[in-house]
Design a protein. Structure first.
Lengths: 547, 547
């Protein structure tokens, strides 16, 4: 069995073992399973021959699952999906270690579902068959709904249902779009296939109007997952209610399925639709950045604040992706990985003080640097990474996304004409300044300043129920945060190898775009000139209109 | 008649089951308790024997020789009926005569053969199944009429005698009167079809309709007859506008009979609709376009398409929206069953793939809906049926297996991958694209998302919610067979996707000998496609020249 399947199936086997093991043993089994999965994936990455050519590996089709419909168990990675899968596999054991004390009841189920969640995310990244992707993509909902619904906060039921229904509606549109392309492919070639490359080859040949709708349907599915304004309302609630480890995986890996879906499906499959709708998506992304930043500014719940900052950050990531040039796309992919690292770490940090104080309210809690210096150092580091301080990982991605947007001008010199340009970059940059402000305010409140602790029963809790937890971080908690800190610093100092590996994938994804955008511009220029001739006619040439 | 020999061979399983039904009716009167308790097992054995006979007797040359319109439909549907029938027998085992048998066992009363109904119940159970199987080998309208009545009449009685509650009597009366009304409607339709074509034989009707279609189009009388017949059979498949009885009857009938009603009459209805529409054919019709030019049109004649389209949309939307509002589990499942009929009707709109999709979907629907009803039938509260959603709250703590089976069947009913229901839905979407019904796909997608809300309740209330005062009293029924049936069906929804290839291949035979035209052809497309293509081209050209 290949290393990829090993890394997917290790957690599944782990989940099966956890189901029959004793609760005490279950955490060690799941830790082993996730470490095994990470090791298999790391081994695969070590031998990965396609780091620098943007191809998939392995390329041979998998065995048939549903031969009649051409559905195959094909798995393989290109650089982007491998990086995201590695990120997932890297975070899984950390989350498991981080949950050792947080979860006290229904322990076996917790670890079982958590393992299945990891497996299905890795499956979605690894899949080279659209239906297999969909299985992984959609199945993530089951464990996540249960993790939130059982182990979440007081509003957990609503949060779980809202997350499920929003995402399910979106992904049904996506499924319909995938089946539509597969059907077109069957009609043109005579045989069913759900191979993503074959589907892409078919989809780019469709007429522009079909591509428009195809892009829109795929986009609905992925926009819910990203989440893009105005479909983001499920996310803050889900984050707020989810247990810490659930939040980490949700922010770091599950949301990346949305941006990855754009990279893998929506953009390459429907270039005509993508070019037509890029401005719409860019505007929505910018609204998300500004709107979420403003909410963060007045947010007193630390976890919700990070959740909204996630919405803003992923808005920036989408903006970079939809700049439709390699700089922006590279930045977006790089940012996906780094957002996963820094935001995941921030959720872990918040979970750690929540376990001690049972509150996330920044009005009643503050000045923790005095009591928890080690925790405070980590918190500051990850916040700076999230703000995008030069030298840390967040900076590179943000800078490239903004840069890509900036140069995506009407007459771009890079060979990649775009429609965004400095206007968009400036407004998005404003959002980043706001991000720095609200995150620094958060730091100012809970890390620095005079020590404030909740005075009611929390102190009592602190001394009795959680006497097992030391005042500052335990060795176990430091063990969880250290790898993340190392990764954040290392990628901030040494981004070049990774960026170089992403570049061929980015250019490959954008292969059809220069022509499409040029065609779109010519059409608009024509419309504008006709407008000048007949001024009586109301201009209908808003970009993004129905063709 | 020369085709009598092959027909009799085709009917061998039905003949066997008929004999078994007669024996069952006698066995039920035995004074010995062991013999009466043996009844469900005897019925199962008869069904297994029939199941074994089916592939031996139903061969393609024989079916063609018997002059069937859809020769291989029975090759899939009959084993499906027998297989799910075995599960349904298990669901009902121990429920019929339960109070009386308990009294006899405790010596409270002396056994009186006139007061037991188990014998009749099992005989009628088999009769109804036989009726549905006979429909597969129908060759004329009278045969269809008689077989449909053979399906229906026993079910009226089963609703009345299957349980002891008052409400089942009310349900039986309602079911009977509305059933009689629907029979009148489709008989009127049959009369009109006969009036127009001059034939009762299905193949004669097929020839006559083909001649009409080749001439000036199918005449109004035949179309009116077909539409009335379709509407009449909407009763059997619980589709709008004949769905009104379903919630009341499903709720009032004992749960094990509800499981039967949700499957067998529905299969019968879809078999009849498939056969009737196959007489019309999915090709060779023509459509008058805007310029008065006749273009050959792949698909049913426009009025039939319009009727089926409306039935599909109204049925699935009404079913899903109404299911949202229910607090009774059985009513909710009744509306869910209505919604699934709406999805299934989509398959009727396209020929070959549609019939395959319906056959396969009926399989998935049979397994998952039986799982949910069997789990309900396995539970009781103070000797009463479990009906309120509240009864199931926190079921996981006391009856973990049944709670899981409910959750699994809900996940499958909503169409979550990788459960069985997902594949059924994919197949139906393919059929919808084949019939060029893009709007229907979008409506079905939105409906699936609505259905997620209430199926999620069915999954999370037993698993996640805290137990209520009512649910504390929920216990298993004395008979273990419903429990077994729920586990078998529930595990089936999880494991059958592994064998989905074989299942789809066997469903594919059902569309043999249907002449269909793929609506789009790759090269040298039919003139309809060229017309469509030129329309699309003119559309896009106007778009580009748009002021």
């Amino acid at each position: 069995m290949s290393l990829i399947w090993t890394s997917i199936l290790m957690p599944v086997v782990g989940a099966a073992l956890v189901a029959i093991a004793s609760p005490r043993l279950s955490k060690w089994i799941s830790l082993l399973a996730t470490l095994g999965s990470l090791a298999a994936l790391a081994l695969f990455a070590f031998e990965f021959p396609a780091w620098n050519n943007g191809q998939h590996h392995p390329l041979e089709p998998g065995s048939a699952w549903l031969a009649a419909a051409g559905i195959r168990l094909s798995v393989g990675f290109d650089t982007v999906s491998l990086l995201l899968a590695l990120l997932t596999a890297f975070l899984m054991p950390l989350c498991i270690i981080g949950s050792f004390t947080a979860v006290t009841e229904r322990v076996r189920e917790y670890y079982g579902w958590f393992l299945l969640l990891g497996a299905s995310i890795i499956l979605a990244f690894a899949a080279r068959d659209a239906i297999l992707f969909y299985v992984g993509y959609e199945f993530t909902l089951v464990p996540m709904t249960i993790l939130i619904g059982v182990y979440g906060g007081t509003e957990r039921r609503i949060a779980a249902v809202k997350m499920f229904v929003y995402t399910f509606l979106g992904s049904m549109f996506m499924l319909a779009a995938i089946i539509y392309v597969a059907w077109e492919q069957r009609v043109s070639s005579g045989a069913w296939s759900f191979d993503i490359d074959a589907l892409t080859a078919t989809a780019v040949r469709l007429p522009a109007s079909a591509q428009y709708w195809l892009f829109a349907s795929l986009m609905i599915g992925f926009a819910v997952k990203v989440p893009l304004f105005p479909l983001h309302t499920w996310l803050p609630l889900a984050h707020d209610q989810a247990p810490t480890a659930g939040s980490v995986i949700l922010a770091s890996a599950m949301l990346k399925l949305g941006t990855y879906g754009n990279y893998r499906f929506a953009l390459p499959m429907a270039p005509a639709g993508g070019a037509e709708l890029m401005v719409v998506v860019a505007v929505l992304s910018i609204i998300a950045i500004i709107y979420a930043s403003l909410i963060c500014w007045v947010q007193t719940d630390a976890k919700k604040l990070i959740a909204y900052s996630s919405v803003a950050h992923l808005g920036l990531c989408m903006l970079g992706l939809f700049a439709l040039n390699p700089v922006g796309a590279e930045g977006a992919v790089f940012y996906m990985v780094n957002h996963g690292l820094s935001t995941g770490a921030l959720f872990l940090c918040i979970g750690m003080f929540y376990e001690r104080y049972h509150t996330k309210d920044t009005d009643v809690l503050g000045g923790l640097a005095k009591k928890m210096p080690v925790w405070a150092s980590f918190m500051v580091l990850f916040t700076f990474a999230s703000i995008g301080l030069p030298g840390l990982n967040g900076f590179i991605g943000e800078f490239l996304c903004l840069g890509g947007t900036f140069i995506a001008e009407h007459d771009g010199q890079s060979g990649y004409p775009g429609l965004l340009g400095p206007r968009f970059a400036v407004i998005a940059g404003l959002g980043l300044i706001m991000a720095a402000m609200y995150l620094l305010i958060l730091l100012g409140k809970i890390v620095w300043g005079p020590l404030r602790e909740p005075h009611h029963d929390a102190a009592h809790d602190h001394s009795t129920a959680h006497s097992s937890l030391p005042r500052d971080l335990s060795a176990r908690e430091i063990l969880v945060l250290t790898p993340l800190a190392i990764a954040c610093i290392w990628l901030g100092v040494q981004p070049q190898p990774m960026l170089k590996a992403i570049e061929p994938c980015a250019t490959r994804m954008l292969a059809n775009y220069p022509d499409e955008v040029r065609r779109l511009k010519e059409r608009e220029a024509l419309a504008v000139s006709e407008d000048a001739v007949s001024p009586g006619v109301v201009s209908a040439s808003t970009a993004g209109g129905v063709p | 008649m020369d085709s009598i020999g092959p027909r009799l061979t085709l009917l061998a399983p039905e003949i066997l089951l008929f004999a078994a039904a007669v024996v069952a009716a006698v066995l039920g009167l035995s004074r010995r308790h062991a013999v009466r308790a043996f009844l469900p097992i005897f019925t199962c054995l008869a069904l297994i024997a029939a199941l074994v006979m089916m592939p031996l007797t139903w061969t393609e040359p024989r079916a063609v020789e018997a002059q069937l319109v859809l020769p291989m439909l029975g090759a899939f549907i009959k084993p499906l009926l027998a297989g799910v029938g075995i599960l349904l027998v298990l669901v009902s085992a121990g429920s019929v005569d339960r109070g009386y048998e308990a009294a006899v066992a405790r010596g409270r009363t002396i056994f009186d053969p006139q007061r037991v109904v188990a014998g009749e119940f099992h005989a009628f159970f088999l009769f109804s199944l036989i009726g549905a199987m006979l429909l597969c080998s129908a060759t004329d309208l009278i045969w269809i009429f008689l077989a449909v009545e053979l399906v229906s009449l026993p079910t009226y009685i089963m609703v009345a005698v299957g349980g002891s509650s008052r409400r089942s009597g009310e349900a039986a009366i309602k079911y009977f009167f509305l059933g009689a009304l629907s029979t009148a409607v489709f008989l009127y339709g049959f009369a009109l079809i006969y009036g127009s074509t001059g034939s009762l034989e299905l193949q004669g009707i097929q020839t006559a309709l083909a001649a009409q279609a080749a001439g000036s189009g199918i005449d109004a009388m035949a179309l009116a007859g077909l539409i009335l017949a379709v509407l009449g059979f909407c009763f059997k498949i619980t589709a709008v506008p004949m769905h009104f009885y379903a919630p009341d009857v499903y709720e009032g009938a004992p749960t094990h009979v509800t499981a039967f009603l949700a499957f067998v009459p529905k299969v019968a209805g879809f078999v009849v609709l498939a056969v009737l529409l196959a007489c019309v054919g999915w090709t060779g019709h023509s459509l008058v376009d805007g310029d008065g030019v006749r273009v050959p049109y792949a698909g049913l004649p426009t009025p039939l398409t319009a009727v089926l389209w409306m039935v599909a949309v109204l049925t699935m939307t009404l079913g899903n929206v109404a299911a949202l509002l229910q607090s009774s589990v059985k009513r909710m499942l009744a509306y869910s069953s209505i919604a699934h009929s709406g999805y299934l009707v989509i398959g009727l709109l396209s020929g070959g793939v549609g019939i395959e999709a319906i056959s396969f979907y009926l399989l998935t629907y049979g397994v998952m809906t039986t799982a949910s009803f069997a789990a309900l039938a396995a539970l009781e509260r103070r000797g009463e049926e479990v009906n309120e959603m509240n009864d199931l709250a926190g079921l996981r703590q006391k009856q973990p297996v049944m709670a899981w089976m409910l959750a699994v069947s809900a996940a499958s009913l909503v169409g979550l991958p990788p459960f069985l229901g997902f594949f059924g839905k994919v197949y139906l979407f393919v059929a919808a694209f084949e019939a060029d019904q893009f709007a229907l796909v979008v409506i079905a997608v939105i409906n699936s998302a609505i259905s997620a809300l209430y199926y999620l309740r069915l999954a999370t209330v037993p698993l996640v919610a805290p137990p209520s005062a009512r649910s504390e009293e929920v216990t298993l029924v004395p008979s273990r067979w419903p429990w077994v049936a729920a586990v078998v069906a529930g595990v089936g929804t999880v494991l059958l996707p592994g064998f989905v290839n074989a299942l789809v291949e066997s469903a594919e035979v059902t569309s043999r000998d249907i002449t269909t035209v793929t609506t789009k052809l790759p090269a040298g497309a039919s003139s309809a496609d060229q017309a469509k293509a030129s329309a699309a081209a003119s559309l896009s050209s106007t778009a580009s020249e748009r002021p």
